[in-house]
Every structure is written in C-alpha cells, then in structure tokens.
Design a protein around this ligand. Structure first.
Ligand code: SF4
Ligand code: SF4
Length: 91
C-alpha cells in the first residue's frame, strides 16, 4: 500500500496555510513601519512583503499575506520599532 504524506513539489502557493492559524494574526502599523524588512527575514512562510507604497514619513512599508500566515508571532518579536501587534483571531 502506498501512503502519500507530502504534497507534490511546487504546490506551496496552492496550500493556504493561513487556515492553520488559530489564535492570533499580525497587524502592521504602517505609520510606524520603517521598511527594514526584518519581518520578511524572520517569517518562516516568507509572506511579508514591501508594498511599494510610502507612509507619511516617506518610508516604504510592509504587509503580509494572511492567506499563508500561521500566526507564529516571530515578525512581531523581531520588529525593531514594535510596528506589529498580534491581534486575537476572530473566526
Ligand atoms: S506571524 Fe509568523 S507566519 Fe505570520 S507573518 Fe508573522 S512571522 Fe510570518
Ligand atoms: S520589521 Fe517592522 S519596521 Fe521592519 S519592515 Fe517589518 S513591520 Fe516594518
């Protein structure tokens, strides 16, 4: 009997791992964000991205794709200006 335990290669973007998130999601304060990219560096899902837009201070700010966010909170811990708050999930 053959048991398939892994997904096919190249299907990562098709599997919306955000469904695994249960308790908290990250919210970025765009006005505080200095565009350092640290959240992108530490995110295990690689789903923090530069929006290409600037805030009032003239800094590019970041967002994340919640469809793939597992709510681990690493981005909030790593943010040097505390621009990320983990909010309670309401499903
Ligand atoms: S909470 Fe975790 S998975 Fe979600 S954006 Fe932050 S580092 Fe990535
Ligand atoms: S770590 Fe914080 S300041 Fe740096 S890009 Fe991410 S949200 Fe912005």
């Amino acid at each position: 009997m053959k048991i398939k335990l892994t997904a096919k290669p190249g299907t990562t973007s098709e599997i919306k791992t955000g469904n695994w998130r249960e308790q908290h999601y990250p919210e970025i304060d765009h006005e505080k964000c200095i565009g350092c990219g640290m959240c992108d560096t530490v995110c295990p899902e690689g789903i923090c991205f530069n929006t290409g837009e600037k805030n009032k201070a003239g800094k590019f700010f970041y967002e994340k794709d919640l469809d793939y966010c597992k709510g681990c909170g690493l981005c909030a811990e790593a943010c040097p200006v505390k621009a990320i708050t983990m909010r309670e999930e309401k499903k």
